[in-house]
Design a protein around this ligand. Structure first.
Ligand code: MG
Length: 271
């Protein structure tokens, strides 16, 4: 019994030594990533709960369904009644896309892209889109449109149902930059929702990018772009470019090939 007890103690001692060995912090490589230190949590360890609780500033209250079913602090960009918040990209004139009776809009072919009159930086965007139930065209020519953040970074809109294309250009891709994590489209002719969190890049006075922007896309409730780092613009041909910019409009694409893509219920919360 006595020997068993000693043996147990020895095992516990050895196990604790092993644990310490496993959890001991490794010295960082001289030129490797440095450990992250949170300065605000250094110093004397608090001994009461109150020392780590604060009350100011108070958090703004948002009614999540306070404004006809959308967050009470959202900016409504399109509720289906008019194009007041929008203009044609080419000449800043009034939008000539189709305003439908069901509170949606549809791309009017070959008239050009539209964009918001207001500029936005960091934001949460909700936008719904629908490809035609009557399918025609193949690959990139089947209900192709796009949501351009800051007017220049495209989240692809495409009818990808039984319609393969290059994966970095498929629905919910960051066009030619990031493949979506999943293909989460509803059947053609039904409404898709994109919920997008966008943070704009920042540039120094010399026009050089000093902080990358990021995009998160939730497609019909499924995370398909997870805080990706924007590498630049999203051109059809060529590398991404990084022109210096501030806030910019939200832009919707007329692909010019009879896409017939519709949009509805568009709102933004500035972050
Ligand atoms: Mg497109």
């Amino acid at each position: 019994m006595h020997n068993n007890f000693l043996g147990l103690c020895a095992l516990i001692f050895l196990a604790s030594c092993q644990e310490q060995t496993q959890t001991a912090p490794e010295a960082p490589a001289p030129d490797g990533p440095q450990p992250i230190v949170h300065a605000e949590y250094q110093g004397t360890e608090p001994t009461t709960p109150e020392e780590t609780e604060f009350y100011e500033p108070a958090v703004p209250v948002v009614n999540p369904t306070g404004q006809n079913g959308i967050p009470s602090d959202a900016i409504v960009l399109f509720d289906g009644t008019n194009f007041d918040a929008w203009e044609m990209v080419n000449d800043s004139t009034e939008v000539v896309w189709h305003l439908n009776g069901d509170r949606s809009m549809t791309v009017k072919d070959k008239t050009g892209d539209i964009q918001t009159r207001q500029s936005f930086g960091d934001m949460q965007l909700h936008i719904e889109w629908r490809s035609p139930a009557e399918v025609n065209g193949e690959g990139q020519h089947r209900a192709n449109s796009g949501v351009f953040l800051n007017g220049i970074y495209e989240v692809q809109v495409l009818d990808n149902n039984d319609n393969p294309t290059y994966v970095n250009g498929q629905v919910a891709s960051i066009y030619k930059q990031y493949v979506p994590l999943a293909m989460a489209s509803v059947p053609s002719g039904e409404w898709n929702a994109y919920d997008i969190i966008y943070h704009m890049p920042h540039f120094n006075e010399a026009g050089e990018k000093i902080e990358s922007g990021s995009i998160t896309v939730i497609h019909n409730g499924v995370v398909v772009q997870d805080h990706i780092e924007i590498k630049g613009t999203t051109p059809y041909i060529g590398w991404p470019k990084n022109p210096a910019h501030g806030k910019g409009p939200l832009r919707l694409q007329d692909h010019g090939d009879n896409s017939r893509v519709s949009y509805r219920n568009i709102w933004v919360r500035e972050l």
